[in-house]
Design a protein around this ligand. Sequence first.
Ligand code: HEM
Length: 479
Amino acid sequence: MIGHTKSSSRSLWVSSLVEKTKQGIACIRLGNVHVIAVTSPEIAREFLKTHDAVFASRPTTMANHYASRGFLQVFATPMGPQWKKMRRVLVSAVLNPATLQWLLPKRVEEADNLVSRIYKQCCTCVHEGKMINVRNVAWQYGGNVLKSMVFNKRSFNGDGSEEEDQEYVEAIRTALSLINAFCVSDYMPCLRWLDLDGHEKMMKQAVDTVDKYHDPLIDERIKSWRSITNDHISTRKPHQDLLDVLISLEDDHGRPALSSEEIKAEVLELAMAGFDNPANAAEWALAEIVNQPHILKRAVDEIDRVVGKNRLVQQRDLSQLNYVRACAREAFRLHPVATFIIPHVSLSDVTVSGYFIPKGSHVLLSRLGLGRNPEAWDEPLKFRPYRHLNTGSQLPVQLTEPDLRFISFSTGRRGCPAAELGTEMTMMLLSRLLQGFNWSVPRGTLLLDHLQSKDALSSPPLILHARPRLSALVYRMTS
Ligand code: HEM
């Protein structure tokens, strides 16, 4: 069993420092590193828009090292040729619209499985419904979507056992929380061998656990592809999934473009990337929506009007669910998955908003601080999807926020390259949960405790009561 960290330790002390300065920017020195936290949207834009090129690197922290298998993938890798190569691969081969469209049936299958899994739990008591751990089902959905797109599998051992899934999901959750955690030795490398906070041991265990599931499949698949090439079979197998895509990429000389280590690092990145953000936004949006019956009614009415009750929400419906989109956007603003985005590192000395920022500084944009900034938002602690409805505009509400008034996918060279996929996953998850079930707060529990928690990941999971709201026939279509 892998332990949990106080993932927010870095978050808490840096954000309280920011609160104290009231300037929207604060700097502290840890070891030899200047750590700069930002809560002002104007200053955030200076960093990631005006001076984007300067702040386009990442720190070589212990957790980033393990998560990237030695800085071989995208998100944790400092600016340089390896980051450029892998980002190009990700954008052009994995996240391009044609590939995403080709893999749509796999994502739809996982959205069906989500509904059918909850329905089956409810079926043990159809009239009274069932308590559902929303966090678990949401994380499972994100994990399964990526597993299915990458490995063409829902489960690693073939029988979809919950226990195995749980170990895998827990390991990814631990790795993600350690990437966001403060680790003493990142700022005082001479202490690394002591592993004072135990983070290195936990991170290594988490990544080893994930690799235990991934690596044999990747090795076997590489062998099968490379044996085809060695035998000079000119007609290649059709691709079944993203693993086939990554293995069969070729450089200008017709040689494999990615080494097996790079493929493993990229698969690890994809497995981690889809887990937390869509699940977190859907969980918190649902908690807030259920807490305010008029919002719940409006969201469900919209789904019934656009989709009806005889079929489930599909990808093509999502752009028309404007109110549900506004709810998801509001969840990103108010309940971010982590207090900060992954740090950016400055590549040279620069002056930003009148502050001198030395080369090598770590810049942390505060997701909480920006999204809840009273200068930028009216009644910032209230969940009000209405604020995002752009009256007069024909365009659907976007979940992206390039002006950094809050952080969803961020912006610039290091901005999330998967905004389209992330939006689809978040919207599909939230809309299917709202359409498929009547949700209510279990008697004797208080939703308010959940909603007032500042830290999304360390808050207790959302447990709600679910009752099917569609005819049994519709659920049967999913199984
Ligand atoms: C709702 C879903 C998602 C949200 C809200 C989200 C958000 C973010 C954010 C805030 C960053 C950091 C940006 C920065 O440092 O300025 C990021 C980076 C990244 N995301 Fe996402 N993400 C989502 C889904 C995904 C998915 C599904 C994938 C891949 C399949 C993905 C791949 C990446 C990668 C590779 C980076 C690193 C980019 C770089 O450093 O060059 N994300 N994402």
